[in-house]
Design a protein. Structure first.
Length: 118
């Protein structure tokens, strides 16, 4: 993690009940919701949406939020996932990335619509 980045464990810590993602990484008033998932990417999307809503409205912790799902397997042709990514983009004006690689990503790159690269 770089300087200024604050990793927050959400699942079981900040939010103990209900739908929630695993982590949020904050840098000032910007945040990335991170969900680590085996195969159920649709469930992961719901968890990211719920946490983004909590972070932006209920907790008021950030002004800009993006999403990152790291999955063991991603159905690249799933129209349901693409529709949900478009909903996230329209609501937050930032991307919801779904990747199948356990890698480090530059914080600022998660806020772009370009594919994430190592």
């Amino acid at each position: 993690m770089g300087e200024g980045l604050l990793p927050i464990k959400v699942d079981g810590c900040v939010v103990a009940e209900g739908t929630r993602a695993d982590y949020v990484i904050e840098d000032g008033r910007r945040a990335v919701v991170v969900e680590l998932k085996g195969r159920d990417v649709e469930k992961a999307v719901k968890q990211v949406f719920a946490t983004a809503l909590q972070w932006t409205t209920e907790l008021g912790r950030c002004d800009e939020i993006a999403g990152l799902i790291v999955s063991a397997r991603y159905p690249k042709t799933s129209s349901k996932i693409q529709i949900r990514q478009n909903e996230f983009r329209k609501k937050y004006l930032t991307p919801l990335h779904v990747v199948c690689q356990n890698a480090e990503f530059a914080f600022d790159n998660v806020f772009t619509f370009k594919p994430l690269a190592k």
